[in-house]
Design a protein around this ligand. Structure first.
Ligand code: G4P
Length: 295
């Protein structure tokens, strides 16, 4: 299968998950929910902050305070995380690097929410409205870590405030403290489909089920990116010679790791899964697949 054919496969799969009706429904829900909040907390995957966003959220979240969380920052390259922080800050957003799994960076959110919503808080105060909590919603594409984040951020200490007729009809809110409430259903954004490269990156970070037939192609692409941007990583982990072309490199990895079929043929699929899994779990080190200066 060529990379182009593989990309077509990925797009077919994505379109299968996000058929137009599904997307229209998700968009409608998002538009409805955004009206209820002061702040949109958008989770992106720090390894691919652009591919893991949906650009429509900028239009939908216009006039709202915006907080971008570079989630899974533990898996991404630290200096590159800093560049992404600057990149989004230049666009007027507040940004934090977080690891929702360990809870790292989560505490700092409260201070930043106050800063992001300062105008609203002051406007309320001028109108004599005191202590009205900031309302926020969490959005992101599937698998970016929304549920993990909500569990980590809201924890056990929070209480569900229940339905409030008139204002928040039918919606559940989680009260974190007296100044912040979260809409408790994470808003699922649809990935963008325009570019083949986006499909590849989303597949690599595991935002789509692995299409078994494509894993080899996908991993060969990953190996190409790693050779280019993270020279030495593959050599160190697998003891292979990186000067080799990406497909042959995967073959060498298969041999080094004894992924062998009957007749001493390298088991490329097994080796591909091994590399992919090492990448996704951080065993290859902290790796960013997108850099702001390259976009
Ligand atoms: P979603 O609601 O947006 O769909 O995502 P969810 O919270 O289910 O998280 C998807 C996967 O990402 C989970 O892994 C979760 O543990 C992991 N994850 C979330 N945030 C972080 C983070 O900041 N750093 C790292 N390293 N991982 C994160 P899983 O493999 O599906 O589950 P599990 O094996 O961790 O239980």
């Amino acid at each position: 299968m060529t990379v182009r054919q593989w990309d077509a496969e990925v797009r077919k799969y994505m379109n299968y998950q996000w058929y137009p009706g599904h997307m229209t429904k998700a968009r409608r829900m998002m538009e409805e929910n955004i009206k209820l909040v002061d702040l949109v907390i958008e989770l992106v995957d720090a390894r691919v902050p652009l591919a893991s966003r949906n650009p429509d959220i900028d239009a939908m979240g216009k006039n709202k305070a915006r907080l971008i969380l570079l989630n899974k920052s533990d898996l991404a390259d630290e200096p590159v995380n800093k560049l992404w922080k600057e990149y989004f800050e230049k666009q007027g957003m507040y940004v934090l690097e977080v690891n929702s799994k360990s809870g790292s960076g989560i505490k700092a959110i409260h201070g930043l929410v106050k800063e992001a919503c300062r105008e609203k808080i002051e406007r309320d105060r001028r109108r004599g409205i005191l202590n009205r909590p900031v309302r926020a919603m969490v959005v992101g594409i599937p698998n970016v870590g929304k549920s993990t984040f909500i569990n980590s951020f809201a924890g056990k200490a929070c209480t569900k405030t229940g339905n409030r007729p008139g204002v928040t009809k039918g919606k559940q809110w989680i009260r974190l403290n007296k100044s912040l409430e979260l809409l408790d259903t994470p808003g699922i954004l649809w990935p963008k489909f325009e570019s083949q490269e986006v499909g590849l990156k989303l597949a690599l970070i595991g935002s789509m089920n692995d299409n078994i037939n494509s894993v080899e192609e996908m991993t060969v692409s990953l190996i190409g990116m790693l050779r280019e941007r993270y020279g030495g990583v593959l050599a160190e982990r697998y003891g292979v010679e990186e000067a080799t072309e990406a497909y042959d490199l995967l073959k060498d990895i298969a041999k080094m790791r004894r992924c062998i079929l009957k007749g001493e043929e390298p088991d490329m699929k097994k080796a591909a899964f091994l590399v992919l899994d090492d990448f996704r779990s951080g065993r290859l080190g902290r790796i960013s697949l997108e850099m702001p200066c390259m976009e």
